[in-house]
Design a protein around this ligand. Structure first.
Ligand SMILES: C[S@@+](CC[C@H](N)C(=O)[O-])C[C@H]1O[C@@H](n2cnc3c(N)ncnc32)[C@H](O)[C@@H]1O
Length: 306
């Protein structure tokens, strides 16, 4: 165990000028494919951890509690967040765990530094609050922090309702906990479905939700997944429009280009998006025929043919 206390961790990508992680730190964010799991660390295994805190309260307290549990007696937890995305609550939340908090402020972020308290309060409860669970409302496994974790996204519901039965080999780009995949697999003509998501927690939930030999579920980045060009009959997606908290139209546009590259001639992309997102131009650029299939409740659905 001695060498374990040498582990320095980082969670996410804290801006350097806000909180610098130790050189060579091990990545623990579930949003970084291939990262290690904070959940699996032994108590006291971490020499230090630098965290860019997630904005959701339950998820943030879960990460704080996992970090504090894993910290060695001499280790430091440095945790930062933009003021308007949970930063102004960090100090209180850490104090509630029994921490003595040193708070700093830089570049619109609050930065708190703590050591593991001798007698931490409520770590197990916060870990349980943010853990994977079966949701009766969703009829599926889920976890705080994954996309639309406690309700079906109305856009996904609209696409699931609008889809005509699919056939052949397909993929679900940014599959989340598997809502669209389930709808696609309802068609017996689907031969195989590759689900890809960059959020490990969503992937683990999807593995529990999709019990179908036709499905392969991958923790990875759609942009670098290396799908064989021209190999798919269909792609379904409700593409992400946030990267690291900020709206990012380019991410969805990259998903559309990846789909076009992965589809065979006449292969089909089914896509749903918020009405305000500008996807029409890139769809027209990389697909032969783009047909709007639904436009309601602030969402639009397109069927696009290669
Ligand atoms: C709008 S959600 C859709 C989730 C699910 N398909 C649904 O309909 O409920 C987009 C998903 O894309 C994932 N994602 C974001 N960036 C990604 C990337 N670069 N590669 C793969 N998945 C990504 C997110 O984790 C999220 O689960």
């Amino acid at each position: 165990m001695t060498e374990q206390t040498e582990i320095h961790g980082v969670y996410g990508a804290p801006p350097r000028e806000v909180a610098e992680a130790a050189a060579g730190a091990t990545q623990f964010s579930p949003l970084v494919p291939g990262a290690e799991r904070l959940e699996d660390l032994a108590e006291g295994a971490l020499a230090g951890l630098t965290v860019l805190a997630p904005p959701g309260t339950v998820e943030r307290r879960h990460v704080m509690a996992l970090g504090l549990r894993a910290l060695s007696p001499t280790g430091r937890l440095i945790i930062a967040a933009p003021k308007d995305k949970g930063g102004s609550r960090l100090k209180k939340e850490l104090e509630a765990f029994g921490c003595a908090v040193n708070e700093d402020s830089r570049r619109h972020h609050r930065i708190c530094t703590v050591r593991r308290p001798d007698a931490p309060v409520g770590l197990d409860a916060a870990i349980a609050d943010g853990a994977p669970r079966f949701s009766e409302a969703l009829g599926a496994w889920t976890q705080p922090g994954v996309f639309s974790w406690d309700r079906i996204d109305p856009g996904s519901a609209l696409l699931a309702k609008t889809l005509t039965p699919l056939a052949g080999k397909g993929a679900d780009f940014g599959a989340g906990i598997g809502v669209l995949a389930k709808a696609a697999l309802a068609s017996p003509k689907v031969e195989s479905l590759l689900l890809i998501d960059s959020d490990r927690r969503a992937v683990e939930a999807a593995r529990r939700n999709i019990d179908d030999p036709r499905a392969t579920i991958l923790w990875g980045d759609v942009r670098t997944a290396g799908i064989e060009p021209g190999s798919l009959d269909f792609v379904i997606m409700n593409p992400p429009f946030h990267d690291g908290g900020a709206e990012d139209k380019q991410l969805g546009q990259a998903f559309i280009r990846q789909a076009a590259g992965a589809l065979r001639r006449s292969g089909t992309l089914w896509l749903v998006a918020n009405r305000h997102l500008p996807y029409e131009k890139v769809l027209a650029e990389v697909f032969k025929l783009v047909t709007p299939r639904a436009d309601t409740g602030g969402y639009k659905v397109f069927e696009a043919r290669r």
